[in-house]
Design a protein around this ligand. Structure first.
Ligand code: HEC
Length: 155
């Protein structure tokens, strides 16, 4: 019985240590911040894709606002969230970011530039009607997917 208690306490100790470690781990914080930014992109881009496809009604004001939000996010200097070592080999199950991001750097920056260009072009016309939105949404989708295909673990 005694040894069982000891093992239990030991296991609890290990769990606590692991939790404390992850809460303070700067690389894990970086992963969360990076994924948080991606979630914001997705949250804002989602209805734009929906409107372009006619899955939801086109709403000029909303389209303008959401594309504007994507543009605002471009101004966020979130470089710290892309800290070296925060890849899916070191953090399996916590991130889908491939080590290639860092081993081929600055290749990913080109994908970032294409994305920024697509966002800027979309934001300029998103409020001008569904056709205008449609004319630029494809490039946005391609820029998201292009980077994911190259630098993100496939599920
Ligand atoms: C320059 C590269 C790049 C571009 C452009 C890009 N992404 Fe990502 N995205 C990534 C990487 C890398 C990850 C993996 C992040 C991780 O798991 O740490 C990711 C992850 C995500 C995730 C999952 C986040 C999570 O919680 O695990 C979503 C959602 C996402 N991206 C949406 C988008 C959308 C929508 C766009 C375009 C509007 C976009 N991304 C543009 C590189 C990019």
């Amino acid at each position: 019985m005694k040894s069982v208690t000891k093992i239990c306490l030991l296991l609890i100790g290990i769990t606590f240590t692991a939790t404390a470690y992850s809460a303070d781990d700067p690389l894990e914080k970086a992963i969360k911040a990076r994924q948080g930014e991606m979630q914001l992109r997705s949250f804002n881009a989602g209805p734009l894709f929906g409107m372009a496809k006619g899955k939801i009604d086109y709403d000029a004001e909303l389209a303008k606002k959401l594309a504007g939000n994507l543009k605002l996010l471009l101004d966020l200097d979130n470089g710290r969230a892309w800290a070296k070592g925060s890849d899916n080999e070191n953090y399996a199950g916590k991130t889908t970011a491939l080590p290639k991001i860092w081993t081929t750097y600055p290749e990913i920056a080109d994908y970032g530039k294409k994305y920024a260009m697509a966002v800027n072009e979309l934001a300029a016309v998103a409020g001008d009607g569904q056709d205008a939105l449609k004319s630029k949404i494809g490039d946005l989708g391609k820029s998201c997917k292009g980077c994911h295909d190259e630098f993100r673990e496939k599920k």
